[in-house]
Design a protein around this ligand. Sequence first.
Ligand code: FES
Length: 318
Amino acid sequence: MQDDIMTLRVVRRDIQTNEIAVIDLAAESGADLPAFEAGAHIDIHLDEGLVRQYSLSNPPGERHRYRLGVLLDPASRGGSKAVHERLHEGVQVKVGVPRNLFPLDGSAPHSLLVGGGIGITPMIAMAYELRDAGRSFELHYCCRGRDKAAFIDELESAFGDALVMHFDDEEAAQRLDIKALLGAQPADTHLYVCGPTGFMDWVIGAAGQAEWPHSRVHSEYFSAEVDTSGAAFEVEAVASGVTVQVEEGMSIAQALRAAGVKVNVSCEEGVCGTCICEVLEGTPDHRDHFLSEEEKEDNDQIAVCCSRAKSARLVIDL
Ligand code: FES
C-alpha cells in the first residue's frame, strides 16, 4: 500500500440486468482490507485523471473484499464505461482507502433507506449495518422494472420484510408514494436517499414539504448536471498568487487550471468534495450537492469544480 492508495485485484465480476457490473475487489495477498462503515465509498483510479467514486455495498464487517455495483451509463464521461470495459476478473486496479461522506446517524430510533436504481448500493451496506446492530430500519428499492433491479436475490434473503420493492412498470399500488411513506414514519426517523438526481430531488423535496429538518435527511448524489450559467466573476487564488476571470460556461477549476494552478478535482460534478476550498472573501453561489445546507449558509467553503460567485470577486485559499 502506498500512502492511502492500494492495488487490489478484481476477484469476482458478475453482470446483472445486462447493465450493472457487481465487482468484488480483494488484496492480492488475501490480507484484510482497511475497515469501512456503511455509506463509505472508494476512489477507483481508472486512468490518469480518471478517478471515480463508487459506494461499498457489502456488509461493513467484512474485511476480505470491497463490493461495488457499477451501472453502465450511456452518458458516461468515461468512468462507468472504463469499469465495464476493463475491470474483468484478475485485473489489478488502484483504489483509495474507504471514505465515508454519508454516515448513518447512530442516534436514530428508526432509519428509512430509499434507493433509486443504482443508488441502492450504499443503502445495502447501511441495511446490513442496521440489521447486524439490531436497529430498526426499512429499505425501499425503486426501479424502472424488475428486469432492471440488481441485487434482488441477495436483498430478499438478507432483509426479508424490511425490504420493499417499487417498480415503475407494475401496478400503481406498489409504486412509491413518498408523501404517504414519510407521513407513516415514527417520530425522529432519519431518511437516507441515493439515486439519480431527479429521484433524489423528488424524495428530498417531499421531505422538505413535510417539514422534515435537514438534520434528519441524509443524501448522496452519484452524479449531477453542472450548471455553469451566470455572469463572469473574478477569482483570486491567494496561495498561488493568481487571479483569473471565470467566464460563463467555465468552472473556477477550469479557469485556474488554464492559468497553471494545480486544482485537485475528482468527480467535477459537485458530488465528491475533493475540490472544496476555503473562501476568504466574497459570496459563493453554491451549485454543488456535497456541502450541507448549513455549510452553504456559512459561505466559507466552495466547490470550485461547479460553484460560482454571487459577488463580483471571490478570494479563495488555494
Ligand atoms: Fe468532486 Fe468538486 S471535484 S465536488
